[in-house]
Design a protein around this ligand. Sequence first.
Ligand code: RFL
Length: 391
Amino acid sequence: EETAVVIVGAGVSGLTLATFLRTSGVACVVLERIDRAHVEVRQRAGVVDARAVRMFEQWGLADKLLAGPLAQTIDYRVNGVGRIFETIEDDGSPGRFCTQQMLVNNLVRELIDVMAGDVRFSVTDVSIQNDEDRRPRVSYSDAAGSHELVCDYIVGCDAEHGVSRASIPDGVLTRYSHDFGYAWLAALVEAPVTGHPIMGVSDHGFVAQLPRGPQRSRYYLQCALSDGPADWPDTRIWDEVRLRLGDNTIENAVVHDKDFVPMRSVVYAPMQYRNLFLVGDAAHLLPPTGAKGMNLALYDVDVLARALVHAVRDHDRAALDAYSSTVLPHIWKYQEFSAWMTDTMHDAGDPTQNGTFRQMAARARLDNLFDSPTAARLHSEYQRGLNQCRR
Ligand code: RFL
């Protein structure tokens, strides 16, 4: 069986890329190891930033895929005292409130049910052959047996532990990484954000509350790298939320799930090898502090989709060959923003981690967002993702 592009992974990147290619008349097949129902229930990111909204608008898909406009405010709270940062929006449309789950569901419906796109769920043993002197091949198995797809290009949208990056020989990629030395407990709870989204600095460690739909929110609590579910019964989560937000009126609510996320930043470069291209979490990871992981994945998709359309439809490989060098400068900016947010939020908090000097300096950095229009403007550009696309 032949197709132009094989995409490994039907997460937010794989589905968006397939939708863009299908919109442009480029044939592609998506291979996903889990089933459709499971893909549709995963809950992660909450915000599609303004750059990504503009991208969906340019592809003519924003109204089909995204929900309404987002109130761009953050309550930066220090030991219980809040200050509301309002994102400066003087250069275009706002971001949209749209959880990753909502976007993925809309993509699945649009791509499969409306556009009749070819997404093969529940496949196993995906294996990539990306040799120098013949067309790429991807083999996989399903209930009917084993199959091989011959194609022109393979795109790895299969995240950190997928097969795509692992198929690249040792020595081709450089791995740049930084471990922050602590983790976040991510708890999805049955209690909405009632005021503004909160990023909470506290002497007892970081806490955030971010909206995840009309009834739910996500609490993040800084914790030790070695912590697991046994260390964090639900009662401790609520005690720590009250303590770190300095708010005794918060009541316990149902905790739907708990994830432990080690805080780290990773970039693999280059993001391509022969006819294989890496996108999203397969190529880079960010700490969730800046809320940029999904948005960065969508940025890669935008650049690669245009390059693949040129290569397949117009037989011009120039943009494809330049993919990695085009996206990496932007990726490093998102990495810098996420590391800045992470260091600032944590250094400003628990002084036993990095000392009181770093605590006071980080609090001054936070003050800048409210005292300096220049600092506020840069912060807003990063929040909106717009400083990423001027090159
Ligand atoms: P995904 O969404 O993980 O999709 C990868 C897909 O590949 C499949 N797969 C395979 N398929 C076939 N064969 C194989 N061998 C395969 N191996 C894997 C998987 O089943 C899956 O369906 O990666 P993608 O598309 O690159 O998208 C990246 C984003 O999902 C990720 O960056 C964000 O979720 C990060 N993130 C956030 N990003 C934001 O922009 N804002 C946020 O607020 C935000 N919050 C978060 C987050 C990530 C979190 N976790 C998972 C640590 C909060 C959390 C808790």
